[in-house]
Design a protein around this ligand. Structure first.
Ligand code: AGP
Length: 368
């Protein structure tokens, strides 16, 4: 089917705005709303109780979805997860135990390194499960189990809606694993499902930050470097924010675990380097606030994305806050992805780059 930009200037803008809808579709496939339970659309050919370890492999943005999933699977299902980028996993001869679970994440389902990693895991006797957006793709065809994301065709080279749909599938899978392993009670599951059901609405609310972000993008576009910081699941989101900005605006950006700041990157901080801090109000929020104080003390300009309104302003001067909707922190990455994507998008628009077709990049990397 031919896909058009509707009334948007770029596919990327359309795809960012489509997220509440397509994440909602994906949710409906993996969650039984009436029963308040997660339901896998296909019967899993393994028992989560027999799995001792999961490996997750992907490239780029899909690998950051996998990184978030590592936090979820470890916390909700108490399953150790090893995460690799596919180009490393396929060559490092990782020992996989026969019968363990190897998860692959790919929008296109054609990424060469991810496909090679899948074939390697299969040869080792692992169960293979892929989270893919294109159900007819090679990775989907060669995987034992396929969990489809219902993002619809993604045209912009910078992945947006595929990422948040991957997160929705992986969140559901983590809840299913936690339930199967007895780590979550019926009540825990119902509570988590409520959290998932809220996500599309919260994403719509997050889209209302766009005007503010458009203004901020004008500032960001003047910088040579941008630092993204986060803790917990916001750490992979910081990596994703930096990747998104690099690929479409060509501004150098780095994502760091906020706690790593004083182990090196703090040396870079001055008034010329904006620091984007992703900090939903969670158990580690106060820790992140002290990292922000360290940045502010060195003249760094902070852009804070948080639902803890007012909590940081009292002690930190050089701060712009993007106020996010109130929510539980567990599934926050799906909602915080929105301002992260919008910031990269609007910065690229200000810079006048080819947003949907950035230089040197292909939508699907089918060569090594
Ligand atoms: C994301 O914005 C990138 N263009 C890129 O990192 C992408 O996520 C990666 O190439 C993986 O692609 P896939 O999901 O189709 O396997």
């Amino acid at each position: 089917a031919l896909v058009d930009k509707a009334n948007y200037r770029h596919f990327m803008a359309k795809e960012i705005h489509e997220q509440p809808e397509v994440v909602g579709h994906t949710l409906a496939r993996y969650v039984d709303l009436a029963a308040e339970r997660v339901t896998m659309p296909v019967k899993l050919p393994f028992d989560f109780n027999d799995i001792q370890r999961i490996s997750i492999t992907a490239c780029g943005t899909a690998s950051y979805a996998g990184f978030v999933a590592k936090y979820w699977l470890e916390k909700l299902a108490r399953l150790p997860v090893e995460l690799d980028v596919a180009s490393e996993f396929r060559y490092r001869e990782a020992p996989l135990r026969k019968g363990d679970l190897a998860i692959f994440i790919s929008q296109s389902g054609e990424t060469a390194d991810t496909l090679a990693a899948l074939r390697y895991a299969k040869a080792q006797g692992a169960h293979t499960l892929s989270v893919v957006n294109v159900p007819t793709s090679t990775i989907a065809r060669e995987s034992e189990t396929v969990l489809q994301t219902l993002a619809g065709p993604e045209i912009g080279v910078a992945s947006t809606k595929a990422f948040t749909c991957q997160l929705m599938v992986l969140a559901s899978l983590a809840v299913a694993a936690g339930k199967a392993r007895g780590e979550l009670s019926d009540a825990d599951e119902a509570k988590l499902v409520h959290g998932l059901v809220e996500i599309p609405r919260l994403m719509s609310e997050a889209l209302t930050t766009e005007l503010q972000i458009e203004k901020l993008a004008r500032e960001i576009s003047k910088s040579r470097d941008v630092l993204y910081l986060g803790r917990g699941t916001s750490y992979p989101l910081a990596l994703e924010g930096a990747l998104k900005l690099k690929e479409i605006s060509y501004i150098h950006a780095e994502g760091y675990a906020a706690g790593e700041l004083k182990h090196g990157p703090i040396a870079l901080i001055d008034e010329h380097m904006p620091v984007v801090v992703i900090a939903p109000y969670d158990k580690v929020f106060e820790k992140t606030v002290s990292n922000m104080q360290e940045v502010a003390a060195r003249g760094g300009k902070i852009i804070l994305m948080t639902d803890a309104k007012g909590a940081a302003e009292a002690t930190i001067q050089s701060l712009v806050t993007i106020v996010m909707p109130d929510m539980g922190a567990t599934f926050a990455p799906m909602v915080y992805a929105v301002p992260v994507q919008l910031l990269a998008y609007h910065t690229a628009v200000v810079m006048g780059t080819d947003v949907d077709q950035p230089r040197n990049l292909a939508k699907s990397v089918t060569v090594e």
